[in-house]
Design a binder for this molecule. Structure first.
Ligand code: AHM
Ligand code: MG
Length: 352
């Protein structure tokens, strides 16, 4: 072992050279290449698709970082198909992800939270379809709070060579071949699963690379954080109110950012439960099954957690009937969801 002597004023510091210049780690690219054989269809296309998503994420990250400077924060002046006001960054992120996926050549179609219909990217030979919420929690952009991108990848069902069909995107969450999110937070992270556990990468902006930072992510089985918009409390079903009251009796910690990705990510690391119950305004829940719930349900299950809709269904089992369908979402640590299910008096306990 080589030791170096450094002379400062009156002291001699001896440093172990092996501790200097530690490797920065495994890049996303290298990780994807190494693990390509894990994919059910190891032809390299899904790997390329993940790289396309990572590229768009880097571009969106750049746009978000300069939002305050370039007048791209704030409302765009239009509403999306769901009647929600679009932010400029919603529109920018939508364009960036669609362009990256289109140019990447692996997908035949995309559905986006921001678009009314399936986007046929004109590549009939693409074997995959993507469902995406390009910028989730975008009402938080103006106040410099964490936001995210959520994506689900499915293999198409219609024959390769033909245009994308409705059936290709109307698959239940069980059929996802990969899913993940990008968290634009204090640091930017890409977290994904291909059905072989969950991995997390942190973006190193000066190198322009995602590096493996969280291998084999597991959500703690127990937790003491509950995340819910309690402003809607009076509108929640009685059983949910009872459950939330017990969270208080147990002196759980309430944490709610209002950005699903950020709330989910915290609970994934620390253990917790996220709830978005039905309300008077959103009687089927607010969150979108295809763009938000399915991807996070796939991730949480891969990490050892549970995701249910409160009506006796695993989120991943729900068969969609429309692109912008909503679902109530209860997601998080296994034993916390188990506890919730007692209040909901569900016959089928899914967290066992
Ligand atoms: P968005 O896709 O329009 O950004 O809305 C989804 C967001 C989630 O990120 C968040 O969990 C939820 O809406 C917050 O809703 P609320 O403000 O009703 O608590
Ligand atoms: Mg969203």
């Amino acid at each position: 072992m080589l030791n170096l002597r450094y002379y400062s004023q009156n002291t001699i510091t001896i440093m172990d050279k092996s501790k200097l210049g530690l490797p920065v780690g495994t890049t996303l690219d290298r990780f994807i290449k190494r693990n390509q054989d894990d994919f059910s269809y190891a032809t390299g296309e899904l790997s390329q698709l993940l790289r396309d998503i990572a590229l768009a994420a880097k571009i969106v990250n750049r746009e978000i970082n300069k939002a305050g400077l370039l007048n791209i924060a704030g409302a765009f002046g239009s509403t999306n198909i769901q009647g929600e006001e679009q932010q400029k960054l919603d529109v920018i992120a939508d364009i960036r992800f669609i362009r990256a996926l289109k140019n990447g050549g692996e997908v035949c179609g995309i559905i986006s939270e921001e678009e009314e219909k399936i986007i046929d990217v004109g590549n009939n030979y693409g074997k995959y379809v993507v469902a995406i919420d390009p910028l989730d929690g975008s009402s938080n952009v103006d106040v410099n709070v964490s936001i995210g991108t959520i994506f689900s990848i499915y293999r198409r069902l219609s024959p390769v060579g033909a245009p994308v069909q409705n059936e290709d995107v109307m698959q239940s969450g069980n059929e996802q071949v990969a899913a993940g999110y990008v968290l634009y937070g204090a640091s930017t992270m890409l977290v994904y699963t291909t059905g072989h556990g969950v991995v997390g990468f942190t973006y190193e902006p000066s190198l322009g690379e995602f590096f493996l930072s969280h291998n084999h992510m597991k959500i703690p089985e127990n937790g003491s954080i509950y995340s819910v918009n309690e402003g809607n409390f009076n509108e929640f079903p009685e059983k949910i109110k009872e459950y939330i009251n017990t969270c208080k009796e147990k002196k759980y910690t309430a944490r709610y950012i209002g950005s699903l990705v950020a709330d989910f990510h915290r609970n994934l690391l620390k253990g917790g439960i996220y709830l978005y119950p039905p309300t008077q305004k959103n009687q089927d829940g607010k969150l979108r099954l295809l763009y938000e719930c399915n991807a996070l349900a796939f991730l949480v299950e891969q990490a050892g957690g549970v995701a249910i809709d409160g009506k006796g269904n695993r989120i991943l089992d729900i068969k969609p009937y429309e692109y912008h369908q909503r679902a109530a979402l209860y997601i998080g640590s296994k034993n916390m969801i188990k506890d919730l299910q007692k209040y909901l008096e569900l016959n089928t306990v899914m967290a066992d």
